[in-house]
Write a protein that binds this ligand. Structure first.
Ligand code: G4P
Length: 538
């Protein structure tokens, strides 16, 4: 059992473009961590390809087990928490928010495909927050791109330095294994989907003739050339650069074959950050502080009509969270208490008495939480860095049953508090505009409004390109802008004005024509946090 110190806790997320191998790697890490005994034991939140257009099917899969949202396990005296991130692009915002609750990430890349679309967006979020990243290049058992080319591609696209810590010997049919550059040993590859590979040889000196005997002359020669090249080309691994998010150590392997995973995990526990401080609107909170603080980064609603409960996921930032103790809900200015907080170990959910920084506790939520809410022992402050992103799809919500107006109002407000979508109100007429990043969310909302709130609605497509929050140092200019563009102005739930741009071109022209107006693509401007820049594509 690990010591309950912060120095032995690591909370991270695994990110990838769908199909690169995130689910497989997660499972293999749990296997190595002894949290599960056989591959295939963890049902994941993964949404299968067949279900991409069927939202109920997706919800069923998503809801298989709330427990897989956080997978905790113990390994060599460390408590490790993996926070699951949905791979489906329509749930991208869930993923971005989960990334606010981790201290580092492992990025999985398919060696044949290299960098893909979703990887770009996810890495952008990590780069904004300077999150430390370890890269795992997967599927070496198949023919893929040249490893040096892959590293180049990563460096150029992500503007991050890389440093290989293991190196592959061949690939596809001629894949022989990986050489661990730091521990100087060789792991030989064998196809093995269920067990942990132990076939390794210590090669202290890469010039040792044993190398030829083990992998053959041609492979030995090319491995030596590659290692020489790496030593010349790449700086030695510098942990502090990694912790600052400037350098990504790289591992190669084949997750499905349990290969290269142990090297990854053993290095992870040595270098990955322990629970990190977080900023609030008042001050920075350090994990060592004795008083409990935490924030809600995700709310999971159960669609099963027999268990209509919601679970709010709280990342503990400092102090000790205790069951049945009163905490201060800073947004509601109210004391709250939790009698059944849950923790997550592998795929088991258990009620806990206390939890420490880095951990995530599940709190049964009767509707009091919104994404981004802060809990403290009494101090008035709000954690920052849990932004809403400017949506990309817009539809007008139309009430189909005038007798259920109240239910519809309540329903849409609660669903948007959960982070399913964003709600904007446009006047005159109190028009409700729902903005999302994916089409599926509209189906989710329609279904849930009907089943949970008995409110029937339809959606009507709106031709907007982006919603951006607008501010100005000159209040008169802001008023003038709002009056001139009234047809394209709506208000978010906090009554802050947003501009609904009809196209990229219109947005650009408007920005040029109104230089005194600031256009914001994430809600972060509200908290004025500098570490999150506003990437133009949001
Ligand atoms: P994801 O969560 O990132 O979406 O990916 P997932 O782990 O589900 O992996 C996607 C596909 O890639 C799966 O195949 C999986 O078996 C395969 N895969 C993962 N790691 C490796 C690897 O190291 N080598 C090879 N060759 N394949 C790998 P699938 O056919 O889509 O699903 P399944 O029927 O195998 O479950």
């Amino acid at each position: 059992m690990p010591d309950n110190t912060l120095q032995q806790r690591q909370t991270f997320g695994i990110i990838s473009h769908p199909d690169a191998g995130k689910t497989t790697l997660t499972e293999k890490l749990l296997l190595f961590g002894g949290a599960i005994q056989t591959a295939g034991a963890v049902k994941s939140n993964k949404i299968t390809k067949t279900a991409t257009s069927d939202f109920m099917e997706i919800e069923k899969q998503r809801g298989i087990s709330v427990a897989t949202s956080v997978m905790g396990f113990e390994y060599k005296g460390f408590k490790i928490n993996i926070l699951d991130t949905p791979g489906h692009k329509d749930f991208a915002e869930d993923t971005y928010r989960t990334l606010t609750a981790v201290d580092s990430v492992i990025l999985v890349i398919d060696s044949a495909k290299g960098i893909e679309d979703q990887t770009r967006k996810l890495m952008e979020v990590c780069r904004m927050r300077s999150t430390p990243v370890i890269i795992f290049i997967n599927k070496l058992d198949r023919e893929g791109k040249d490893p040096f080319e892959l590293l180049d591609e990563i460096e150029k696209e992500f503007k991050i330095h890389t440093r290989p810590l293991t190196w592959p010997i061949g690939m596809g049919n001629s894949f022989k294994g990986v050489y661990n550059i730091y521990d100087k040993n060789l792991k030989l590859f064998a196809i093995n989907k269920t067990e942990i590979s132990t076939n390794s040889a210590q090669i202290e000196d890469i010039l040792d003739h044993k190398l030829e005997e083990i992998i053959g002359k041609p492979s030995a020669t090319s491995l030596r050339d590659d290692i020489n090249f790496i030593e010349e080309l790449y700086e030695p691994f510098d942990k502090s650069l990694y912790l600052d998010g400037l350098l990504a150590p790289v591992f190669f392997g084949s997750a499905i074959n349990n290969f290269g995973v142990q090297e990854l995990l053993d290095t992870f526990i040595r270098i990955a950050p322990f629970p990190q401080p977080r900023n609030t609107d008042v001050r920075k909170v350090n994990p060592e502080e004795p008083e409990f603080t935490g924030f809600i980064f995700k709310i999971h609603a159960n669609l099963d009509p027999n268990h209509r409960d919601r679970i709010a996921f709280c990342r503990i930032v400092s102090g000790k969270f205790e069951r049945n103790k009163y905490y201060y809900h800073t947004r509601l200015d109210k004391k709250v208490r939790f009698s059944n907080p849950t923790s997550f170990m592998a795929n088991e959910k258990t009620i806990i008495d206390s939890s420490l920084p880095g951990d995530v506790v599940g709190l049964y939520d009767t509707g009091i939480f919104k994404i981004g809410d802060t809990l403290t022992e009494g101090e008035k402050m709000n954690f920052q860095g849990i932004p809403s992103f400017s949506p990309e799809l817009f539809k007008e919500l139309i009430n189909k049953d005038p007798f259920k107006t109240k239910q519809l109002e309540k329903g849409i407000r609660q669903l948007t508090d959960e982070g399913v979508a964003q709600l904007f109100i446009q006047q005159p007429g109190n028009i409700k505009i729902v903005g999302t990043v994916g089409d599926l969310q509209f189906e989710v909302i329609q279904f849930r409004l009907l089943h949970e709130y008995s409110a029937a609605c339809i959606f009507q497509h709106l031709n907007y390109y982006k919603a951006c929050w607008i501010t100005s140092k000159d209040p008169k200019e802001l008023d003038r802008f709002i009056n001139m563009k009234s047809r394209l102005i709506a208000y978010d739930k906090e009554n802050l004005p947003v501009y609904l741009a009809e196209s990229a071109w219109m947005l650009k022209t408007t920005q040029e024509n109104f230089p005194k107006i600031e256009f914001h693509f994430t809600s972060e401007f509200k908290t004025d946090q500098k570490s999150i820049s506003e990437a133009s594509y949001w």
